[in-house]
Design a protein around this ligand. Structure first.
Ligand code: SF4
Length: 175
């Protein structure tokens, strides 16, 4: 097991005293740098900075960052959720380390999705079928994985085949 013990600190952001959301940091003494390329190879949508030894993932309004000696998670509902999420992350790191002989490590740094690039490939009609008020808001949420591309149903009609194929390729490249 790579991470056997860790200390968990749960706080509200310093700029938002009394905020209802929490941040969590799990600190450990073991250096987990070596597992980062294996996590990068298997963690869909994660962005890895090999030179600076950290990996980040954004989704569901949350940011997770894994450093050699700590894991930071933002935007948690309460302490219970913080404990659960950190526990799952530690399990994920440990199981990835245990399976490392089956995984091809990767130091590739994926590009972060940009809302404007996504927006250009949407129908651009602001029809609201996705439940969002505009295509640009949908694009902004898709960039951080708060919505699924399938929610833009007009994009999956024949009229938008070319845009759809380009957008799906863009999303796949960033996955
Ligand atoms: S369903 Fe698609 S076209 Fe309609 S507003 Fe949403 S993103 Fe734009």
């Amino acid at each position: 097991m790579l991470i056997e013990h860790y200390d968990l600190e749960v706080t509200t952001p310093p700029c938002e005293p009394g905020a209802e959301r929490f941040n969590a940091i799990a600190r450990f003494t073991v250096d987990i740098s070596e597992v980062l390329p294996y996590l990068n190879a298997t963690w869909k949508g994660a962005i890895y900075d090999h030179e600076n030894h950290f990996l980040t993932w954004r989704g569901s309004g949350r940011t997770i960052t894994v450093w050699p000696h700590e894991i930071a998670v933002s935007n948690l509902e309460d302490r219970e959720e913080a404990t659960q999420v950190v526990e799952q992350l530690v399990e994920r790191i440990n199981s990835t380390w245990e399976r490392r002989t089956e995984i091809e490590p990767s130091t590739v740094k994926r590009q972060r999705l940009k809302a404007l690039d996504i927006y250009k490939l949407l129908p651009g009609t602001n029809c609201k079928a996705c439940g969002q008020p505009t295509c640009f808001i949908f694009a902004s949420k898709l960039a951080v994985k708060e919505v699924d591309v399938e929610q833009c149903t007009p994009l999956f009609t024949d009229e938008y085949t070319e845009k759809r194929e380009k957008l799906l390729a863009l999303l796949e490249a960033a996955a």
